[in-house]
Design a protein around this ligand. Structure first.
Ligand code: ADP
Ligand code: 5GP
Length: 255
């Protein structure tokens, strides 16, 4: 952590994504992924059909942020990655702060701002965070700056946060967002995905699976009164189509 926390004052967001390190691993194996990566590096001019910023009454182009919630391993990052890959001009990622250690391949300022607990607590006390929560024994939080850096570009800011954070954002009334809950097809399948990803220790898998049950129960209780959509990520392509549909309807369709 030592080399990392020094750069940790609340700092800017960058385009997607937290899942880049998984992609990087895949890139070596898959020529299509490699092509996608090269394509991403080129500045694109085109505006994505159905996913361009709608002009507000004041003439601005602020786009409603998207909050994606769901237990660890359910496929949130995979779905976000797909959304960004297919619509590279329409989204940006809110880079959260966390006190957890980086996984191999994760970059400070890209996947997260990796910070020491004392510094994060100080910045929370200074009012720099829209929300924060204790998740899996660490603190995670979304700074106002992380959202603003993306939203000010006129793209949809995606927040991949836990359910406590989503409730805080909604109850604060500070940010008008669309909310989507991603559910696993079953608990055993969730565990299989979490283990299959190969990023967690045995202890972390156990902790995440314990929290998953609570998170799913809370998500079900909040239900459609809270969420714009509850999507079961069984088949990835059909879950993606449902996510895309709600994004077009709730975010990119003028009121
Ligand atoms: P999260 O961001 O919610 O923690 P990830 O996107 O990292 O979850 O996905 C966890 C693992 O599950 C990854 O290995 C991913 O490739 C896999 N995965 C995601 N969606 C599906 C799906 N619909 N079917 C099978 N595996 C999936
Ligand atoms: P991971 O450690 O796997 O990257 O993330 C663990 C959990 O923390 C996920 O459920 C993720 O959505 C959540 N999380 C990530 N960033 C934030 C954040 O800024 N705020 C809150 N409340 N949760 C977050």
């Amino acid at each position: 952590m030592n080399n990392i926390h020094r750069s940790s004052s609340v700092s800017s967001s960058v385009p997607l994504t937290r899942n880049q390190h998984y992609q990087r691993q895949e890139r070596g194996k898959n020529p299509f992924v490699s092509l996608v990566h090269r394509r991403r590096q080129i500045q694109r001019e085109s505006v994505d059909e159905n996913m361009s910023a709608t002009t507000t009454s004041s003439g601005g182009t602020r786009v409603k942020p998207l909050v994606i919630v769901g237990p660890s391993g359910v496929g949130k990052g995979t779905l976000i990655e797909k959304l960004n890959k297919n619509h590279p001009n329409s989204f940006g990622f809110s880079v959260s702060h966390t006190t957890r250690d980086p996984r191999p391949g994760e970059e400070n300022g890209v996947h997260y701002h990796f910070v020491e607990k004392s510094l994060m607590e100080q910045e929370i006390a200074d009012g720099k965070f829209l929300e924060h929560a204790n998740v899996h024994l660490n603190i995670y939080g979304t700074s106002f700056k992380a959202v603003d850096d993306v939203a000010s570009k006129g793209v949809c800011c995606i927040l991949d946060i836990d359910i406590q954070g989503a409730e805080i954002v909604k109850n604060s009334g500070k940010l008008d967002c669309a909310y989507v809950f991603i559910q696993p097809p079953s608990i055993p399948e969730l565990e299989r995905r979490l283990r299959g990803r190969g990023t967690e220790t045995e202890e972390a898998v156990t902790k995440r699976m314990q929290n998953a049950t609570k998170e799913i129960e809370r998500g079900e209780k909040l239900g459609s009164a809270f969420f714009d959509a509850i999507i079961v990520n069984d088949d990835l392509d059909s879950a993606y189509e449902k996510l895309k549909d709600v994004v077009v309807r709730r975010i990119f369709t003028p009121a």
